[in-house]
Design a protein around this ligand. Structure first.
Ligand code: ZN
Ligand code: FE
Length: 257
């Protein structure tokens, strides 16, 4: 399975998954249809599945147009999102499995950004060591999604599930927010050497207009404040010793940053 990252809108990424052996493709969160159709044409591949993580327009905006072109393909999204995802046919819950190419993905229910948000985790292919996580607007490189429909406790529980995946996991999140996220992270975790180094790397990458996605979970665990609610340095920064309170205060500070 090859993953193609398509930059669209202001700062979104669409991911096209390609199986060259079968000439088929799937798409994760098609904000727009046109760039997906162009990628399919370049690959000479048929679209067979749409995977959505949540109902926001910048993740499902291309569903209808893709379905006009490929009328019989299933649209996967969270069960709780029923009625909010254009063309949804498959209603996924925690622990459900999805198939693409030679990979079987696991569904995580990760409410917080929205109440219905799901993530797709594809464990490493046979003989490989790196898995792929498509997490929409839940975990970002250096940050996490805003809490539009969920509580800090829900988001913490959702991110806990993702934090338990192997450190080598590639994080395919849906937005290029990394530089701002790390600028914020430095305000609450400034003595973290890994974070300082990452900030410099990301700053240079962005000055060359390079994408910072996919990220790697091990790096996130060392540098992303929203995976570090149990670190004394972060708890001290927000004057709390409770994980949920620490997380909630960090998210509130990020909202005002
Ligand atoms: Zn969103
Ligand atoms: Fe989004």
């Amino acid at each position: 399975m090859q993953v193609y990252r398509l930059p669209v809108l202001e700062n979104n990424y669409i991911f096209v998954l390609h199986d060259p052996a079968r000439n088929i493709a799937a798409v994760v969160d098609p904000a727009e249809a046109e760039p997906v159709l162009q990628q399919l044409q370049a690959l000479g591949a048929e679209l067979v599945t749409i995977f959505n993580t949540h109902h926001h327009r910048d993740h499902v905006g291309g569903n209808r147009q893709l379905l006009e072109r490929f009328p019989n393909i299933p649209v996967y999204a969270g069960a709780e999102d029923q009625g909010r995802i254009p063309g949804q046919q498959v209603f996924l819950r925690e622990g459900d499995q999805v198939e693409f190419a030679d990979r079987t993905g696991e569904v995580f229910f990760v409410p917080g950004h929205t109440y219905a948000h799901i993530a797709y985790y594809f464990p490493p292919a046979a003989g490989e060591e790196i898995g792929d996580l498509f997490c929409g607007d839940t975990l970002f490189a250096g940050g996490c999604g805003r809490l539009f429909e969920g509580t800090p406790a829900q988001m913490l529980s959702s991110l806990s599930k993702l934090r338990n995946l192997p450190d080598s996991t590639k994080i395919w999140c849906a937005h290029e927010y990394t530089l701002t996220n790390l600028e914020f992270a430095l305000t609450v975790d400034g003595n973290n050497d890994d974070l300082q180094n990452r900030f410099q790397e990301v700053k240079e990458a962005r000055s060359r207009l390079e994408a910072t996605i996919p990220s790697v979970l091990g790096v996130e665990k060392r540098t992303n404040p929203f995976l570090r609610w149990d670190e004394p340095a972060l708890q001290a920064a927000v004057k709390s010793s409770h994980p949920e309170e620490t997380f909630g205060r960090l998210r509130g500070m990020r909202d005002r940053f």
